[in-house]
Design a protein around this ligand. Structure first.
Ligand code: SF4
Length: 388
Protein backbone atom coordinates (compact mmCIF):
# COMPACT_ATOMS: atom_id res chain seq x y z
CA UNK A 1 0.00 0.00 0.00
CA UNK A 2 1.50 3.41 -0.87
CA UNK A 3 2.46 5.63 2.03
CA UNK A 4 0.25 8.69 2.47
CA UNK A 5 2.04 11.88 1.51
CA UNK A 6 1.50 14.99 3.62
CA UNK A 7 2.63 18.47 2.78
CA UNK A 8 3.86 21.36 4.86
CA UNK A 9 1.55 24.32 5.27
CA UNK A 10 2.43 27.76 6.54
CA UNK A 11 -0.06 29.92 8.42
CA UNK A 12 -0.21 33.68 8.61
CA UNK A 13 -2.58 35.40 11.07
CA UNK A 14 -3.24 39.07 10.47
CA UNK A 15 -3.92 40.86 13.75
CA UNK A 16 -5.27 44.25 12.64
CA UNK A 17 -5.25 46.21 15.89
CA UNK A 18 -2.83 49.05 16.62
CA UNK A 19 -2.75 51.67 19.37
CA UNK A 20 -2.37 54.37 16.70
CA UNK A 21 -1.35 54.67 13.06
CA UNK A 22 2.32 55.27 12.25
CA UNK A 23 2.96 58.15 9.88
CA UNK A 24 4.14 55.95 6.99
CA UNK A 25 1.78 52.99 7.39
CA UNK A 26 -0.92 52.01 4.89
CA UNK A 27 -1.51 48.49 6.23
CA UNK A 28 -5.00 47.21 6.94
CA UNK A 29 -5.30 48.12 10.61
CA UNK A 30 -7.98 49.06 13.12
CA UNK A 31 -6.89 51.64 15.69
CA UNK A 32 -8.21 50.48 19.07
CA UNK A 33 -7.30 51.37 22.60
CA UNK A 34 -9.31 48.40 23.88
CA UNK A 35 -8.77 45.38 21.67
CA UNK A 36 -11.70 42.95 21.21
CA UNK A 37 -9.45 39.94 21.70
CA UNK A 38 -12.20 37.39 22.34
CA UNK A 39 -14.16 38.44 19.24
CA UNK A 40 -11.00 38.37 17.13
CA UNK A 41 -10.04 34.89 18.35
CA UNK A 42 -13.55 33.57 17.73
CA UNK A 43 -13.67 34.98 14.19
CA UNK A 44 -10.25 33.66 13.18
CA UNK A 45 -10.88 30.20 14.58
CA UNK A 46 -14.20 30.07 12.78
CA UNK A 47 -12.41 30.94 9.55
CA UNK A 48 -9.83 28.25 10.32
CA UNK A 49 -12.62 25.72 10.92
CA UNK A 50 -14.04 26.64 7.52
CA UNK A 51 -10.74 25.72 5.83
CA UNK A 52 -10.96 22.26 7.40
CA UNK A 53 -14.67 21.59 6.95
CA UNK A 54 -14.69 22.48 3.26
CA UNK A 55 -11.58 20.43 2.44
CA UNK A 56 -9.89 23.64 1.27
CA UNK A 57 -6.90 23.10 3.55
CA UNK A 58 -5.98 19.78 1.94
CA UNK A 59 -6.67 21.10 -1.54
CA UNK A 60 -4.41 24.08 -0.86
CA UNK A 61 -1.63 21.92 0.56
CA UNK A 62 -1.77 19.56 -2.41
CA UNK A 63 -1.93 22.32 -5.02
CA UNK A 64 0.79 24.38 -3.41
CA UNK A 65 3.16 21.55 -2.76
CA UNK A 66 2.99 20.42 -6.36
CA UNK A 67 4.51 23.78 -7.27
CA UNK A 68 6.86 23.96 -4.31
CA UNK A 69 10.44 22.81 -4.15
CA UNK A 70 10.13 22.36 -0.37
CA UNK A 71 10.37 18.87 1.09
CA UNK A 72 7.22 16.93 1.84
CA UNK A 73 7.01 15.94 5.50
CA UNK A 74 4.46 14.10 7.58
CA UNK A 75 3.37 17.31 9.31
CA UNK A 76 0.70 19.76 8.43
CA UNK A 77 1.65 23.14 9.86
CA UNK A 78 5.34 24.03 9.76
CA UNK A 79 5.29 27.72 10.60
CA UNK A 80 2.81 30.15 12.16
CA UNK A 81 3.28 33.90 11.91
CA UNK A 82 1.30 36.50 13.86
CA UNK A 83 1.68 39.70 11.81
CA UNK A 84 -0.13 42.96 11.78
CA UNK A 85 -1.14 45.37 12.84
CA UNK A 86 0.29 44.79 16.27
CA UNK A 87 -0.11 41.21 17.50
CA UNK A 88 1.47 42.17 20.83
CA UNK A 89 -1.46 44.55 21.36
CA UNK A 90 -3.99 41.74 21.92
CA UNK A 91 -4.40 39.97 25.24
CA UNK A 92 -1.68 37.28 25.36
CA UNK A 93 -4.35 34.79 26.42
CA UNK A 94 -5.77 35.29 22.92
CA UNK A 95 -2.47 34.17 21.38
CA UNK A 96 -2.66 30.98 23.42
CA UNK A 97 -6.29 30.43 22.46
CA UNK A 98 -5.44 30.83 18.78
CA UNK A 99 -2.51 28.41 18.93
CA UNK A 100 -4.61 25.86 20.84
CA UNK A 101 -7.45 26.23 18.35
CA UNK A 102 -5.14 25.78 15.36
CA UNK A 103 -3.58 22.67 16.87
CA UNK A 104 -6.98 21.16 17.70
CA UNK A 105 -7.75 20.97 13.99
CA UNK A 106 -4.35 20.19 12.50
CA UNK A 107 -1.03 18.79 13.59
CA UNK A 108 1.49 21.52 14.22
CA UNK A 109 4.95 20.08 13.61
CA UNK A 110 7.23 19.58 16.58
CA UNK A 111 9.73 22.41 16.32
CA UNK A 112 7.42 24.56 14.21
CA UNK A 113 8.54 28.19 14.00
CA UNK A 114 5.93 30.37 15.73
CA UNK A 115 6.64 34.08 15.32
CA UNK A 116 4.86 37.03 16.89
CA UNK A 117 5.42 40.64 15.86
CA UNK A 118 5.70 42.92 18.89
CA UNK A 119 6.12 46.60 19.57
CA UNK A 120 8.67 47.35 22.30
CA UNK A 121 6.18 49.21 24.53
CA UNK A 122 3.93 46.13 24.67
CA UNK A 123 6.69 43.86 25.97
CA UNK A 124 6.60 43.22 29.72
CA UNK A 125 8.01 40.29 31.67
CA UNK A 126 4.48 38.94 32.15
CA UNK A 127 3.54 39.21 28.48
CA UNK A 128 6.83 37.69 27.33
CA UNK A 129 6.31 34.75 29.69
CA UNK A 130 2.72 34.31 28.50
CA UNK A 131 3.73 34.29 24.81
CA UNK A 132 6.45 31.74 25.54
CA UNK A 133 4.05 29.54 27.52
CA UNK A 134 1.53 29.75 24.67
CA UNK A 135 4.08 28.30 22.23
CA UNK A 136 5.55 31.39 20.57
CA UNK A 137 9.27 30.78 20.02
CA UNK A 138 10.32 33.76 17.90
CA UNK A 139 9.67 37.49 18.32
CA UNK A 140 10.00 40.12 15.64
CA UNK A 141 10.40 43.46 17.38
CA UNK A 142 9.38 46.68 15.60
CA UNK A 143 12.29 48.94 16.54
CA UNK A 144 12.59 51.10 13.36
CA UNK A 145 15.08 53.54 14.94
CA UNK A 146 16.78 54.35 18.24
CA UNK A 147 16.51 58.10 17.60
CA UNK A 148 13.78 59.68 19.80
CA UNK A 149 13.07 62.46 17.27
CA UNK A 150 12.68 59.93 14.47
CA UNK A 151 10.32 57.77 16.53
CA UNK A 152 8.18 60.84 17.24
CA UNK A 153 8.16 61.75 13.53
CA UNK A 154 7.08 58.18 12.73
CA UNK A 155 4.23 58.40 15.28
CA UNK A 156 5.58 55.26 16.93
CA UNK A 157 4.15 54.43 20.35
CA UNK A 158 7.45 53.38 21.93
CA UNK A 159 10.41 55.30 23.32
CA UNK A 160 13.94 54.50 22.18
CA UNK A 161 14.99 53.30 25.63
CA UNK A 162 12.15 50.76 25.74
CA UNK A 163 13.88 48.60 23.12
CA UNK A 164 16.66 47.41 25.41
CA UNK A 165 14.28 46.57 28.25
CA UNK A 166 11.99 44.72 25.82
CA UNK A 167 14.91 42.61 24.59
CA UNK A 168 15.93 41.87 28.19
CA UNK A 169 12.40 40.80 29.10
CA UNK A 170 12.20 38.53 26.06
CA UNK A 171 15.59 36.94 26.81
CA UNK A 172 14.56 36.43 30.45
CA UNK A 173 11.42 34.66 29.26
CA UNK A 174 13.56 32.25 27.25
CA UNK A 175 13.34 33.63 23.71
CA UNK A 176 16.51 32.70 21.86
CA UNK A 177 15.28 33.79 18.44
CA UNK A 178 14.77 37.55 18.19
CA UNK A 179 14.49 39.67 15.09
CA UNK A 180 14.70 43.46 15.06
CA UNK A 181 13.06 45.61 12.35
CA UNK A 182 14.75 48.83 11.27
CA UNK A 183 13.70 51.33 8.60
CA UNK A 184 16.29 53.09 6.45
CA UNK A 185 16.04 55.66 3.66
CA UNK A 186 14.44 58.33 5.82
CA UNK A 187 14.25 61.96 4.60
CA UNK A 188 17.68 63.57 4.95
CA UNK A 189 16.19 66.53 6.85
CA UNK A 190 15.57 64.25 9.84
CA UNK A 191 19.32 63.93 10.31
CA UNK A 192 18.99 60.28 11.24
CA UNK A 193 22.35 58.57 11.95
CA UNK A 194 21.95 55.20 10.24
CA UNK A 195 25.34 53.87 11.33
CA UNK A 196 24.49 54.62 14.96
CA UNK A 197 21.14 52.85 14.70
CA UNK A 198 22.80 49.80 13.15
CA UNK A 199 25.45 49.75 15.91
CA UNK A 200 22.77 49.96 18.62
CA UNK A 201 20.86 47.11 17.00
CA UNK A 202 24.00 44.94 16.80
CA UNK A 203 24.71 45.67 20.46
CA UNK A 204 21.47 43.87 21.37
CA UNK A 205 22.76 40.72 19.61
CA UNK A 206 19.58 39.74 17.76
CA UNK A 207 19.60 36.48 15.84
CA UNK A 208 17.91 38.18 12.89
CA UNK A 209 17.48 41.67 11.42
CA UNK A 210 14.96 42.98 8.91
CA UNK A 211 15.87 46.24 7.19
CA UNK A 212 13.18 47.96 5.15
CA UNK A 213 13.49 51.03 2.97
CA UNK A 214 10.88 53.70 3.71
CA UNK A 215 8.29 54.04 0.97
CA UNK A 216 5.91 56.98 0.68
CA UNK A 217 2.34 55.73 0.33
CA UNK A 218 -0.61 57.93 -0.59
CA UNK A 219 -3.33 58.24 2.06
CA UNK A 220 -0.84 58.23 4.93
CA UNK A 221 0.34 61.24 6.94
CA UNK A 222 3.74 60.88 5.23
CA UNK A 223 2.04 60.84 1.82
CA UNK A 224 0.20 64.06 2.67
CA UNK A 225 3.32 65.76 4.08
CA UNK A 226 5.16 64.84 0.89
CA UNK A 227 2.35 66.05 -1.37
CA UNK A 228 2.27 69.39 0.43
CA UNK A 229 6.04 69.73 0.04
CA UNK A 230 6.65 69.59 3.79
CA UNK A 231 8.81 66.48 3.45
CA UNK A 232 11.37 65.70 0.77
CA UNK A 233 11.79 61.94 0.34
CA UNK A 234 15.27 60.49 0.45
CA UNK A 235 17.20 60.69 -2.80
CA UNK A 236 18.50 57.61 -4.62
CA UNK A 237 22.13 58.16 -3.61
CA UNK A 238 21.42 58.34 0.11
CA UNK A 239 19.05 55.36 -0.09
CA UNK A 240 21.67 53.29 -1.90
CA UNK A 241 24.46 54.41 0.44
CA UNK A 242 22.49 53.34 3.52
CA UNK A 243 21.54 49.99 2.00
CA UNK A 244 25.13 49.23 0.99
CA UNK A 245 26.47 50.41 4.36
CA UNK A 246 24.09 48.00 6.07
CA UNK A 247 25.17 45.16 3.81
CA UNK A 248 28.83 45.73 4.73
CA UNK A 249 28.09 46.16 8.44
CA UNK A 250 26.04 42.94 8.51
CA UNK A 251 28.93 41.01 7.00
CA UNK A 252 31.38 42.48 9.53
CA UNK A 253 29.07 41.45 12.37
CA UNK A 254 28.74 37.86 11.13
CA UNK A 255 25.22 38.11 9.73
CA UNK A 256 24.30 36.55 6.42
CA UNK A 257 22.40 39.06 4.28
CA UNK A 258 20.32 36.25 2.84
CA UNK A 259 17.43 38.18 1.31
CA UNK A 260 17.13 41.73 0.09
CA UNK A 261 15.55 42.89 3.38
CA UNK A 262 16.69 40.21 5.81
CA UNK A 263 19.86 39.06 7.54
CA UNK A 264 20.49 36.31 10.06
CA UNK A 265 23.06 34.57 12.16
CA UNK A 266 23.96 31.18 10.63
CA UNK A 267 20.99 28.83 10.91
CA UNK A 268 18.59 31.61 11.92
CA UNK A 269 16.91 32.48 8.66
CA UNK A 270 13.18 33.14 8.97
CA UNK A 271 11.49 29.90 7.95
CA UNK A 272 8.04 31.41 7.50
CA UNK A 273 9.18 34.10 5.10
CA UNK A 274 11.36 31.53 3.37
CA UNK A 275 8.17 29.67 2.48
CA UNK A 276 6.90 32.73 0.58
CA UNK A 277 10.14 33.02 -1.35
CA UNK A 278 9.98 29.32 -2.34
CA UNK A 279 6.33 29.66 -3.38
CA UNK A 280 5.39 27.07 -0.77
CA UNK A 281 1.67 26.99 0.10
CA UNK A 282 0.43 29.37 2.79
CA UNK A 283 -2.92 30.20 4.30
CA UNK A 284 -3.72 33.65 5.67
CA UNK A 285 -6.35 34.09 8.37
CA UNK A 286 -7.89 37.36 9.53
CA UNK A 287 -8.85 40.61 7.80
CA UNK A 288 -6.86 41.40 4.64
CA UNK A 289 -4.81 38.20 4.96
CA UNK A 290 -3.63 36.64 1.69
CA UNK A 291 -3.38 32.95 0.87
CA UNK A 292 -1.32 31.37 -1.90
CA UNK A 293 -1.08 27.82 -3.17
CA UNK A 294 -0.20 26.64 -6.64
CA UNK A 295 -1.40 29.32 -9.01
CA UNK A 296 -4.16 30.50 -6.69
CA UNK A 297 -3.95 33.81 -4.84
CA UNK A 298 -6.82 34.95 -2.65
CA UNK A 299 -7.32 37.63 -0.08
CA UNK A 300 -9.77 38.40 2.67
CA UNK A 301 -11.97 41.42 3.29
CA UNK A 302 -9.69 44.26 4.33
CA UNK A 303 -11.59 45.92 7.15
CA UNK A 304 -11.91 44.25 10.54
CA UNK A 305 -15.61 45.10 10.92
CA UNK A 306 -16.53 43.74 7.46
CA UNK A 307 -14.46 40.61 8.08
CA UNK A 308 -16.01 40.01 11.50
CA UNK A 309 -19.54 40.49 10.13
CA UNK A 310 -18.97 38.07 7.23
CA UNK A 311 -17.61 35.37 9.53
CA UNK A 312 -20.41 35.89 12.08
CA UNK A 313 -23.03 35.53 9.35
CA UNK A 314 -21.44 32.35 8.02
CA UNK A 315 -20.36 34.00 4.76
CA UNK A 316 -16.95 33.68 3.14
CA UNK A 317 -14.41 36.31 4.20
CA UNK A 318 -12.69 36.05 0.82
CA UNK A 319 -12.78 39.37 -1.05
CA UNK A 320 -10.93 38.33 -4.20
CA UNK A 321 -9.38 35.39 -6.03
CA UNK A 322 -6.84 35.32 -8.82
CA UNK A 323 -5.34 32.40 -10.72
CA UNK A 324 -1.92 33.35 -12.03
CA UNK A 325 -1.08 32.63 -15.64
CA UNK A 326 1.97 30.51 -16.46
CA UNK A 327 3.83 33.70 -17.41
CA UNK A 328 2.93 35.35 -14.11
CA UNK A 329 4.14 32.30 -12.18
CA UNK A 330 7.42 32.32 -14.12
CA UNK A 331 7.94 36.03 -13.41
CA UNK A 332 7.13 35.51 -9.74
CA UNK A 333 9.67 32.67 -9.55
CA UNK A 334 12.34 34.91 -11.06
CA UNK A 335 11.50 37.82 -8.77
CA UNK A 336 11.40 35.68 -5.62
CA UNK A 337 14.54 33.78 -6.59
CA UNK A 338 16.48 36.98 -7.18
CA UNK A 339 15.43 38.30 -3.76
CA UNK A 340 17.49 35.65 -1.95
CA UNK A 341 21.12 34.58 -1.90
CA UNK A 342 19.99 31.23 -3.27
CA UNK A 343 19.29 33.01 -6.55
CA UNK A 344 18.16 31.22 -9.69
CA UNK A 345 19.35 28.23 -11.72
CA UNK A 346 21.90 29.74 -14.10
CA UNK A 347 20.14 28.26 -17.11
CA UNK A 348 17.04 30.25 -16.21
CA UNK A 349 18.73 33.30 -17.77
CA UNK A 350 20.34 33.73 -21.20
CA UNK A 351 24.17 33.67 -21.06
CA UNK A 352 24.33 37.27 -22.32
CA UNK A 353 22.14 38.42 -19.40
CA UNK A 354 24.35 36.55 -16.93
CA UNK A 355 27.42 38.11 -18.50
CA UNK A 356 25.93 41.62 -18.43
CA UNK A 357 24.82 41.37 -14.81
CA UNK A 358 28.05 39.85 -13.53
CA UNK A 359 30.09 42.33 -15.57
CA UNK A 360 28.20 45.22 -13.99
CA UNK A 361 28.69 43.83 -10.48
CA UNK A 362 24.96 43.22 -10.03
CA UNK A 363 25.24 39.44 -9.78
CA UNK A 364 27.66 36.63 -9.12
CA UNK A 365 27.61 33.26 -10.81
CA UNK A 366 28.26 30.16 -8.73
CA UNK A 367 28.26 26.64 -10.17
CA UNK A 368 24.78 26.21 -11.61
CA UNK A 369 23.31 29.31 -9.96
CA UNK A 370 23.23 33.05 -10.35
CA UNK A 371 22.42 35.41 -7.52
CA UNK A 372 22.27 39.16 -7.11
CA UNK A 373 24.80 41.16 -5.13
CA UNK A 374 23.79 44.04 -2.86
CA UNK A 375 24.28 46.35 -5.87
CA UNK A 376 21.95 44.08 -7.83
CA UNK A 377 19.32 44.11 -5.07
CA UNK A 378 19.17 47.90 -5.40
CA UNK A 379 17.95 47.25 -8.96
CA UNK A 380 15.86 44.17 -8.15
CA UNK A 381 12.58 45.29 -9.73
CA UNK A 382 14.18 46.49 -12.94
CA UNK A 383 16.31 43.34 -13.33
CA UNK A 384 13.42 40.96 -12.64
CA UNK A 385 11.15 42.68 -15.15
CA UNK A 386 13.89 42.76 -17.78
CA UNK A 387 14.46 39.02 -17.45
CA UNK A 388 13.39 37.26 -20.65
S1 SF4 B 1 2.47 49.48 14.45
FE1 SF4 B 1 2.90 48.61 12.40
S2 SF4 B 1 0.91 48.07 11.53
FE2 SF4 B 1 0.52 49.45 13.29
S3 SF4 B 1 0.38 51.48 12.39
FE3 SF4 B 1 2.51 51.19 13.00
S4 SF4 B 1 3.57 50.35 11.15
FE4 SF4 B 1 1.33 50.14 10.86
Amino acid sequence: MPCPVYFAMHLYLHVPFCARRCSYCDFAIAVRRQVPTDRYVAAVLREWDGWQASGAFDAAADAGSAASSGPARPNHVQTIYFGGGTPSHIDPAGVGALLDGIARRRTVAAGAEVTLEANPDDVTAARAAAWRAAGVNRISLGVQSFDPAVLTWMHRTHEADQVGSAVNALRQAGFDDLSLDLIFGLPAALGRDWDRDLALAFALAPEHLSLYGLTVEAHTPLGRWTERGEVTPVDEERYAAEFLAADRALARQGYEHYEVSNAARPGRRARHNGAYWRRAPFIGLGPSAHSGFGRRRQWNLREWSAYERAIAEGRSAVAGVEDLTEEAVALEEVYLGLRTVDGLPADRLPPETVAAWTGAGWAVATPGRIRLTAEGWLRLDALAVATP
